[in-house]
Ligand binder design. Structure first.
Ligand code: 4AD
Ligand code: MG
Length: 432
């Protein structure tokens, strides 16, 4: 029909009167007494459309009546305020065109989580997933917004590499035209190379981890935000991290309020996320764990259980800093205060959501770096270019990596990290 204004559902619900054309998908449908009640959804909301058999053509009626849920439809008609209708208005249908109604939608009311993962390509349309994906998109934007405001440049690292950024033990191998290469586990080393030109940079890209973990916080492919800053030490880096996380939390709480309400997220808790975050040394963390009955001894790594014990009473994330050097990567400088430890910090989300950031100062002295690499048993040939960066104008610097799905999982209170990403890659799943 011509002359009808194409409108988002949210705008139509606001207008409550006048003509409208809505384009979306059939979300619900029922018929009663010669009328069809069709709820159409688009990316802004849902609206009830009421078609009277006598008001639309026979062919249109037939195609609407037989249309399967999730078929696309374009509906034109008159908006009418109606307190009983969800959203306070409905559309009296003048014309309805259904596109490509082919088969019954396979997702019905009660489905197992496994089945929903099998049909993830369709489940992403659900109200819950749509809402999470909106927040995800916004969280990515808030992070970039913050870094832009703080004078950072976004850089784009290569994702196929020969250099292990972390342990190297858990990388996916790639046959690169006959050469052995890997999907990157961190873009840090490339970000470091870029600070000598742009000083404050961040890379925002996927990282891959081939670790055989089956926990609610592990993905084999995740989105990794990695800022790197020239002339920063560990303390200055921690100060930046708490500001970044607080900015994201308060932005989500304020700007995504209604979605958060729909998802049942804890908005009050997010509003409390403000600097400073507690800084707990590894030594102190071991003491706290003992006080709570843990058997961990100095030198042990922390797992899910310890992260939970350390954060169960916290409202805000905490830092665990100056960890044992044997637990950490080659590029972290030995601490002057205690040479058994390195200048690093992990940020743990409150209430057992686990590590959301790993960061550290970086070794900027060539000789120290080579010595640490040898100690860690790394193949120096693969790091030639990285070592080169230390030969020319190296300066003290620091950086950190944020696991974005972990941040989203925590902020939205999700049970599993897989719901923080549209198509999760976990150990037993590489499809769809
Ligand atoms: O602690 P990680 O391994 O540190 C690094 O990769 C550093 N090179 C980062 C840097 O300094 N530029 O990883 C950083 C963060 C973790 O704190 C966690 O939030 C996330 O990445 N992460 C994962 N997220 C989802 N699934 C996994 N398997 C993850 N492994 C790490
Ligand atoms: Mg870590």
């Amino acid at each position: 029909m011509t002359g009808f204004r194409s409108m988002k559902v949210s705008k139509a619900l606001e207008a409550k009167a006048g003509q409208a054309r809505i384009r979306g998908w059939i979300y619900r449908k029922r018929s009663s007494g010669g009328k069809l009640f069709i709820v159409i959804r688009d990316n802004s909301g849902t609206i009830q459309c009421v078609a009277d058999k006598s008001a639309v053509g026979a062919k249109e009626w037939e195609s609407a009546d037989s249309a399967y849920l999730e078929s696309a439809a374009e509906v034109t008609g008159m908006l009418k305020a109606d307190a009983r209708a969800p959203g306070g208005a409905e559309l009296e249908v003048k014309s309805i065109k259904v596109y490509n109604s082919m088969e019954q939608f396979p997702i019905t009311e009660y489905q197992s989580p496994e089945f929903l993962l099998d049909v993830r390509h369709l489940w992403v349309r659900s109200a819950r997933m749509s809402n999470i994906m909106k927040v995800r998109s916004h969280v990515f934007r808030y992070a970039r917004e913050f870094l832009d405001k703080h004078g950072f440049f976004e850089i784009t690292p290569p994702l196929i590499t020969k250099a292990a950024g972390e342990t190297g033990a858990d990388m996916f191998e790639v046959n690169y035209f006959g050469q052995k290469a890997y999907l990157t586990e961190s873009s840090q080393l490339y970000a470091e190379a870029m600070i000598y030109s742009l000083e404050k940079v961040y890379s925002f890209a996927p990282s891959w981890r081939a670790e055989k973990s089956r926990t609610v916080k592990h993905l084999a492919e995740y989105w990794h935000l990695e800022p790197e800053m020239a002339y920063y030490n560990n303390a200055k880096s921690m100060a930046l991290q708490e500001k970044l996380i607080s900015y994201i939390a308060s932005s989500v709480a304020k700007r995504d309020r209604s979605i958060l309400e729909t998802l049942g997220a804890d908005i009050q808790s997010l509003e409390k996320i403000k600097p400073p975050f507690k800084r707990i040394s590894y030594d102190r963390a071991i003491e706290i764990l003992h006080e709570k009955g843990s058997q961990k001894v100095w030198g042990d790594d922390f797992g899910v259980e310890e992260e939970k014990l350390l954060t169960e009473e916290e409202d805000k994330p905490i830092f665990i800093h100056n960890m044992p050097k044997d637990l950490k990567a080659f590029y972290m400088p030995i601490s002057k205060k205690d040479p058994r430890t390195v200048e690093c910090a992990d940020m743990l989300a409150p209430k057992g959501h686990g590590e959301i950031i790993g960061g550290s100062e970086r070794i900027s002295n060539y000789g120290d770096m080579v010595a640490r690499m040898k100690e860690k048993g790394l193949q120096i040939e693969n790091y030639k270019w990285y070592l080169d960066t230390l030969k020319y104008g190296a300066v003290p610097h620091a950086g950190f990596g944020v696991g974005m799905e972990r941040v989203i999982k925590w902020m939205l209170g999700l049970d599993h990290i897989r719901d923080a990403i549209p198509f999760p890659r976990v150990i037993n799943r590489v499809e769809p």
